[in-house]
Design a binder for this molecule. Structure first.
Ligand SMILES: Nc1nc2c(c(=O)[nH]1)N[C@H]1C(S)=C(S)[C@@H](COP(=O)(O)O)O[C@H]1N2
Ligand SMILES: [Mo]
Length: 423
């Protein structure tokens, strides 16, 4: 007789199984239910007994999925800094790697401007042969490109920079990230039309919101072939909260540089040192010096299942699953530990892993019901390894919160509750 729920192909401690172990190996995943009365289940339910609802002009999620929402967090008391805040992508509720537009995280410094696309213009000026002004229609008529890329706020996971682990969901800790297929015009094409002065080396990008978010970007990134003025996100025009009618997309770089509601690009011979790169987004080191520009997002991963609120209910076979990414390129490897980092097993990557895009990893796991600590560690194609907490803290002054990419540890108690722990 086949013994069920007794896998033998262990890859690491704590019940992590070899990634080749699949359903076909004769083991029942804990989610599966077996019943002898299958035929009785074929009774016709009421929703099959009459015609259903009519078509709709714009589809909505099932009303049964109404709990899947962005978690909104205003950053200041009401009345101060109106419209400034964040909303988190509920990572633990989602699957795959592309973020639905309605759940894509938001970070606004001054709310969402109500832009009339008929009156909005993009000005390209500064060190160029010919300053240019584009209407939205003119930009839409230029040759377009599409590419998949993640977009992560430099402040993502900053709760994990605090001294005590915060008890929040995976999305509330790590959900200032989303990934989409962006379509738009290469920024290099627009600048080529204007003719960049050979002695120029940076640009300034400015948004049309009241905060006038403005950041300096080295020309090498701008002309490097992946910087885009995006007009579409996942096939439809940008949502207002993502920068309608146009935003910058700089794959792999920190979110704050990916200017929404883009109104001008000024070509310069150095950084402009705006308020958004002096008083904010600079990283204080423990030697007292600060890194003013930290463009690229580090290699990182997080297990989304199990995670706080998404817990196994009984011992058995589960699939551990999560997201990995790197601003430097492709994710080449993700390892998972179920014993607090004592041993590690290679996870499967849902392929192909694309550069500067979220990568989904998965690994079968036989939870024996004992307390365990689950962790994931990503490696990218440059060989960069996601740091431990101690390694991450090493260079920084106390209170430095940005670019938090340390390994996340989730502790499972005997009753399957998952909590955030520092290892
Ligand atoms: N004009 C403008 N652009 C902006 C911002 C802003 O407040 N105003 N926020 C920035 C920050 S800090 C981030 S993380 C990303 C967030 O993009 P999203 O809201 O589409 O997720 O937009 C960036 N671009
Ligand atoms: Mo951000």
């Amino acid at each position: 007789m086949t013994k069920r729920n007794e896998p033998r192909d262990y890859a690491a401690g704590g019940g992590l199984l070899n990634r080749r172990v699949l359903l076909g190996a004769g083991m029942a995943f804990s989610a599966a239910s077996a019943t002898g009365a299958a035929a009785a289940r074929l009774e016709i339910p009421e929703w099959s007994q009459y015609p259903g609802l009519p078509m709709s002009e714009y589809g909505q999620p099932s009303p049964h999925e109404g709990h899947v929402k962005r978690r909104v967090l205003g950053l200041y008391p009401e009345g101060i800094g109106d419209g400034a805040g964040v909303s988190f992508t509920p990572l633990e509720e989602l699957e795959g790697t592309v973020t639905p537009n309605g759940l894509f995280f938001e970070r606004h410094h001054s709310g969402i401007p109500e832009i009339d696309p008929e009156r909005h213009e993009l000005v390209v000026h500064g060190m160029v042969k010919q300053p240019l002004v584009f209407t939205v229609g003119e930009l839409l008529s230029l040759p377009k490109v599409s590419r998949l890329a993640f977009l992560e706020c430099a402040g993502n996971s900053l709760f994990n920079s605090l001294a005590e682990p915060q008890q929040r969901s995976a999305g509330e800790i790590h959900g200032l990230i989303g990934a989409a297929e962006w379509t738009g015009v290469l920024l290099s094409d627009v600048l080529d039309l204007a003719g960049v002065d050979p002695s120029a080396s940076w640009v300034l990008a400015e948004g049309a919101d009241a905060a006038k978010q403005s950041r300096s970007i080295p020309l090498s990134k701008v002309m490097g072939g992946d910087a885009m003025i995006a007009l579409y996100q996942n096939g439809e025009r940008l949502r207002p909260e993502q920068g309608y009618p146009m935003r910058l997309v700089l794959p792999g770089w920190q979110g704050s540089m990916q200017t929404k509601w883009l109104r001008r690009v000024k070509v310069t011979d150095g950084p402009t040192h705006t308020k958004d790169e002096t008083s904010k987004y600079s990283l204080l080191q423990k030697d007292g010096k600060a890194q003013q520009f930290t463009f690229e997002m580090g290699v990182k991963s997080v297990i989304t299942r199990p995670s706080p609120g998404v817990a196994p209910t009984r011992p058995g076979l589960y699939q551990v699953s999560g997201l990995a990414w790197s601003g430097a390129g492709r994710v080449s490897r993700v390892e998972v530990s179920a014993d607090g980092g004592a041993s590690w097993a290679d996870a499967m990557l849902d392929g192909p892993a694309l550069p500067k895009m979220l990568t989904r990893f998965r690994l079968p796991w036989n939870w024996d019901g004992a307390p365990s600590v689950l962790m994931s560690r990503a490696v990218d194609e440059t060989g960069a390894v996601q740091p431990s907490r101690a390694e991450w803290y090493e260079p920084w002054a106390p209170g430095q919160l940005y670019h938090q990419n340390a390994i996340q540890a989730w502790a499972l108690s005997v009753n399957g509750e998952v909590s955030n722990v520092y290892v």
